[in-house]
Ligand binder design. Structure first.
Ligand code: NAD
Length: 276
């Protein structure tokens, strides 16, 4: 069912499917999307300070009538708020905008300078019980190794760009070995790919009576990833949730690997200029 979850290494359960709200800048549109998502069973929402819509998300959840405890809520600390003190301030501001007194998951958005100091702040927030789980986003193996070498608590999750053209196989394996859950952003390729026209995907869509988007989302689930596809349209929000009633075989998963072109559409996490 739509409420299937993955257990993080600290025992907290994260629903496998969430609604991402990146680029949802229009308040009414976001509120309606959130209500539509709750209606069809979504219980997990992914935002970030930099999306500028935490308040709208809070309003959408309130209007949906769902109680806070039933929702898994993620937000992220932006690059200019990195550093120990500033991250703690940013966390409280995010809580205020989301109109809640705890988060389910708080992530460091990018490994910008001072990410290790921010990570120490997140560990404290976690130990104080103000956030149920903590993690990172756009971290490469060397960033994760850096935290490990400093003998700091391991992130429970790493949210990274992932789609069939860019499966992140090496990082995926590393995270698996280290018990870090793989969360995919841009799971549908952000509408920047021609994945929806690929014969491999169209063939599977035909076989299972599913849409290309559903085949791609199922591919992520078979790999053990958490997915947060974004759409503002109620019909697509529902379509993206109907991915728990079929599965892909290992042969079909191998076939999907032929779509791996190593194409990253988002920013390179090691581009220091961009992270300044
Ligand atoms: P996505 O891969 O979810 O693609 C979204 C786009 O795909 C939509 O705008 C729409 O055009 C299209 N789409 C959605 N459902 C469809 C369907 N059923 N059929 C056809 N087209 C469909 O891209 P995204 O929004 O960038 O990523 C999802 C979420 O990941 C974001 O909303 C955000 O929460 C998160 N994210 C995080 C980071 C990060 O740095 N951590 C970066 C980008 C996105």
């Amino acid at each position: 069912p739509l409420t299937e979850s993955i257990t993080l290494y600290n025992g907290v359960e994260i629903p496998k499917l969430g609604l991402g709200v990146f680029l949802m800048k229009d308040e009414e549109e976001l509120v309606e999307a959130v209500k539509a998502a709750v209606e069809v069973g979504y219980r997990h929402f992914d935002t970030a300070k930099i999306y500028g819509n935490e308040e709208y998300l809070a309003r959408g959840l309130k209007e949906s009538g769902i109680s806070r405890e039933e929702i898994f809520l993620t937000s992220k600390v932006w690059n200019y708020d990195l550093g120990y003190e500033q991250t703690k301030i940013a966390f409280q501001e995010t809580l205020d905008r989301l109109d809640t007194d705890y988060l389910d998951l708080y992530l460091i958005h990018w490994a910008a300078p001072k990410y290790a100091e921010s990570w120490k702040a997140l560990i404290e927030l976690y130990e104080e019980g103000r956030v149920r789980a903590i993690g990172v986003s756009n971290f490469q193996i060397h960033h994760l190794e850096d935290l490990k070498n400093q003998e700091l608590m391991q992130p429970m999750i790493n949210q990274i760009e992932t789609h069939p053209e860019f499966p992140q196989n090496e990082l995926h394996e590393y995270m698996k070995e280290n018990g870090i859950v793989h969360e995919a952003w841009g799971p549908l390729g952000q509408g920047k790919t021609d994945l929806f026209q690929q014969p491999v995907i169209l063939g599977l869509a035909d076989k299972y009576g599913k849409t290309p988007a559903q085949i791609i989302l199922r591919w992520h689930l078979e790999r053990g990833e958490v997915i947060i596809p974004k759409s503002v349209r109620a019909s697509r929000i529902q379509e993206n949730s109907e991915v728990f009633d079929f599965s892909l075989t290992s042969n079909e998963m191998e076939l999907m690997e032929t779509l791996n072109t190593g194409t990253r559409y988002g920013s390179d996490p090691d581009d220091q200029e961009r992270l300044k």
